[in-house]
Ligand binder design. Structure first.
Ligand code: BG6
Length: 526
């Protein structure tokens, strides 16, 4: 439909900050050049550029800020600027109804700072060209600091890092930092993750490395620490004497989309568990750090992941359920099965769903099961952590018509609606004692407004200011892989069936049995 010229100025996509002030309260980051490998790719388009724009609009970038986009596609600076302008403005014209109008001045400011280097990632000349550009930038803006962002397929991580090192691009000097941002997947098992860490740490210091887990850019994930450690009421209850079990869910309605090439060799376990779900688990289960310094926080997170009870060969099968979506329906729409998706093998055994039961071997959590599940093409999109407390003694109600007590559950809602809720029992009004389950709700949006951002703003800003707190340290990554390795080994040995589930449902039935065996059940997804 042609745009109506009389219509109000269309609103920006929800990825763009409605109110840049929500990102403010911080001082501008020091000057630096952001070198994006994979500048023509989807991540740059969907997340990085909108995030950089939001930071520019919030005035959190220094005047000396520059972007060097690197990709194989033919093009020059002007081509890159036009392309990025089209992307940003398409968010304005195509989609959402909430958010702000485009900040033209901020975009103009950013646009002129976009430059482009066309080159092959395996060709040393690409890195020479980057080096010249960095030197030009350093002369023009007194800014030799650089952040190298690997928004590329993981098979290029090692080679790009080696080339950066060979061209001396990772060398720092007083007042000049050189940092590396690396996306997932970080390895595909313990051995490969360890090898990649060694390759990186041979040429640079851990402090220079920022391994991104985009879940840590989500406000509610960061808020778990605030909730736990800035309130007196939760922490005394936050342990085995009071908690019955914890459920961590990351349910998606999307299927594999256009990512079959990646997903076929990855699957739900590798894609979501050692990284995103374990981050949620770590935030929930970690001990209070001595301070909020990056290393204090990351040490506590590594400790708790390390304390996950190693699954025996038998447990790697009994305590883990994998599934794959079959044809189904959601909201009256017919959905094809995973094996019918473009690029997926007709006999694929890749799991699109995984549920697992884990224990944490430490004083606080001994004996408390943590149930984790994630899947694609489920009946709802929901990410949450539910902490179920132990039941109150029933004795007092035994002579009343009360059938059972509502369990107390504290739920941390990560998405789509950010917030927290507490479920408890209350008396239903009337002469007879009946109990009903009620809920107290806190929604972020009610208190702080909708936060329209990509989740990458904080992470990028932290890279520029050199704060690694929200990034994974080498040992965090390896601890995650170590915990899931027995499952990968069991599956590689052909153990553990892949259970089909109709797309648009809550997942395979054996996942229900995993909890039913313990006298528990999953929270309903819808
Ligand atoms: C990515 C996975 O890391 O996280 C995807 O590769 C998944 O498969 C995505 O869909 C989920 O992230 P979010 O922020 O949409 O919950």
């Amino acid at each position: 439909m042609p745009a109506d010229p009389a219509a109000p100025v269309p609103a920006l996509d929800s990825l763009l900050a409605a109110d840049p002030a929500t990102l403010s309260g911080a001082t501008p980051a020091p000057p630096a050049t952001l070198v994006i490998f994979g500048a023509g790719g989807d991540l740059t388009k969907r997340l990085l550029m909108p995030a950089i724009y939001n930071l520019a609009a919030a005035k959190l970038l220094d005047d000396g800020f520059l972007v060097i986009g690197v990709d194989r596609l033919d093009g020059d600076d002007e081509w890159f600027r036009v392309r990025q302008t089209e992307t940003i403005t398409s968010f304005v014209s195509d989609r959402s109804t909430r958010g702000a109008t485009m900040d033209e001045a901020a975009w103009a400011w950013l646009r002129q700072r976009l430059t482009y280097v066309q080159g092959d990632l395996q060709d040393p000349r690409t890195y020479q060209a980057i080096n010249w550009r960095l030197n030009d930038g350093a002369q023009a803006h007194g800014n030799g600091s650089a952040v190298f962002y690997l928004a590329i397929a993981d098979r290029f991580f090692g080679p790009v890092i080696d080339h950066l090192a060979a061209e001396q691009l990772l060398r720092e000097a007083p007042d000049m930092f050189r940092r590396l941002v690396i996306e997932k997947p970080f390895g595909h098992d313990l051995v490969s993750a360890h090898a990649l860490n060694r390759r990186i740490l041979k040429v640079m210091d851990e402090r220079q490395v920022f391994r991104i887990d985009h879940f840590l850019g989500k406000e509610t994930v960061q808020n778990i620490m605030a909730l736990r450690f800035s309130n007196g009421i939760f922490e005394p209850l936050w342990q085995r004497d009071h908690i019955d079990h914890v459920q961590i869910t990351a349910a998606e309605t999307v299927g594999v989309e256009s990512r079959a090439r990646f997903y076929e060799v990855t699957g739900a376990l590798r894609d979501m568990v050692p990284n995103h779900l374990f981050q949620l688990l770590a935030m929930t289960a970690m001990e209070p750090p001595n301070s909020f310094s990056a290393d204090a926080v990351r040490t506590e997170k590594a400790k708790v992941i390390d304390a996950i009870h190693p699954l025996t060969e038998a447990q790697a099968v009994e305590s883990v359920v994998r599934g794959q979506y079959a044809p189904g329906r959601l909201h009256d729409q017919a959905l094809r099965g995973y094996r019918e998706e473009p690029g997926v093998a007709a006999d694929s055994a890749t799991e699109t769903y995984v549920a697992l039961k884990l224990f944490i071997d430490n004083w606080r959590w001994a004996g408390v099961p943590f149930y984790l599940r994630t899947g694609k093409r489920l009946n709802t999109r929901k990410t949450e952590i539910a902490i179920q407390f132990k039941q109150a003694p029933y004795a007092l109600f035994r002579d009343t018509p009360v059938a059972g007590l509502t369990p107390n559950i504290l739920t941390l809602h990560i998405q789509p609606h950010e917030g927290a809720s507490l479920q408890f029992s209350a008396k239903v009004p009337g002469p007879v004692v009946h109990l009903g389950g009620v809920e107290m709700q806190f929604r972020y949006a009610d208190y702080f407004g909708a936060s329209n951002n990509t989740g990458y703003e904080t992470l990028l800003y932290d890279v520029f200011i050199g704060d690694n707190t929200l990034f994974q340290r080498a040992d965090n990554i390896e601890a995650g892989w170590r915990a899931v390795q027995p499952v990968l080994d069991a599956w590689a040995a052909g153990r553990g069936e892949v259970h089909p589930y109709p797309a648009g449902t809550a997942g395979p039935l054996p996942a229900e049995r995993l909890l039913a065996r313990d006298g528990r059940h999953w929270r309903t997804l819808t």
